[in-house]
Design a protein around this ligand. Sequence first.
Ligand code: LLP
Length: 439
Amino acid sequence: MGAGGQKAPLPSKPKIIIMHHFTYKAGALHAEDVPITTIADAVGTPFYCYSTATLERHYNVFNDALARFDHLICFALKANSNQAVIKTLGNLGAGMDVVSEGELRRALMAGVPGEKICFSGVGKTRDEMAYALKSGILSFNIESEPELTVLSETATSLGLTANIAIRVNPDVDAKTHAKISTGKAENKFGVPFKDALRVYAHAASLPGLKVHGVHMHIGSQITDLTPFKNAFLLMRELVIALRNAGHSITHIDLGGGLGIPYEETAEAPPHPDLYADIIENTVGDLGATFIFEPGRLITGNAGILVSKLLYYKEGEAKDFMIVDTAMNDLIRPTLYDAYHQILPIAEQQASAPKYLMDVVGPVCETGDFLAENRELPRLAPDDLIAILSAGAYGAVQSCTYNSRPLIPEVMVKGEEFAIIRPRPTLEELINLDKLPNWL
Ligand code: LLP
């Protein structure tokens, strides 16, 4: 079966254009002006590859859309925390949204000043709070009353004051995958909207805390503006009520979550200009600095995962393209049912026949797939593929399962490329283990 066998090629589908700088030139996929094969020859496969021009473009499009507001974009570092990515965005003026001391240190080390950093997350430890207080961060986004108490104690013990916003859970359905929905009552995030005034009063009564803002974040990969609108309207109500109660609310943090196109045949998510219109029509007149925490929107389509075909296996029901990357490098397909477009690095004729196949890795799990039931041309061993839209929640979520070392990250700028995280050796991986003295 396969080419020339019983499996008939499939009809071709219409395409939408996804904006990035990974394009074919003279029949070969390039990252900006660098052939992917050149990078593969230098670093081996698999590897992540980021495009500076795409990163900058996405930041600038979002920033331009928000230009009508006094605002700060705090890139959600969890999406991609490589120093080179942080520094590229920091150079454009971005602040950072962090969720651990590790992320905070990454932001500071890349030169982002503390006063542009927000600290979110439900489980900040005392040590993390102390480090952030000493770093003079812009805001602690507080998620519970016990956390308020601990932050107050930590700040007073250091003789410092923490600027705080309280994350409010508006109980709206973001209409996204259940594992990345954060603004429903059953999710662990934020304090219930109905309790917010009481929690703010509590915060204002505690020493070492300065209430300065409100915070929300309802989920990720949101492609419908209605949940944003509903949540922003609730924030409006809250800000007015808080000000009436005597709180000075100077910062409104609307979180991140705006979705990106992953699929060439799907409807494109709303443009940032339309998102900005929703803000203008809901909270735009409240007179505050708006903070945004986009992650995926900035880096998602600025990165690809490059892999090599090891074997083409003809199954009974469908074929399997077995490649050298796997779920440990990119967990999104199996964890979130995510779709990532896959392109051969060597451009195929439009008329090249396509076949239904799963693209799978070497990891010993049925859930180890990069794509299921995908229509792709039949490639041969050693051919390279690019898994697109892998710049957000790709490398950061990777692990060494099956004793596979973390894979390198490469950044391209024009005709140049640099390894921004090298591939560790197997020896380095194994030497992380230490034997107890009785063995
Ligand atoms: N702010 C907060 C408080 C967040 O929890 C998140 C994401 C963001 C901002 C950024 O959201 P974005 O603009 O990237 O949608 N690993 C999952 C996504 C998890 C998102 C968690 N929070 C994935 O691969 O789809």
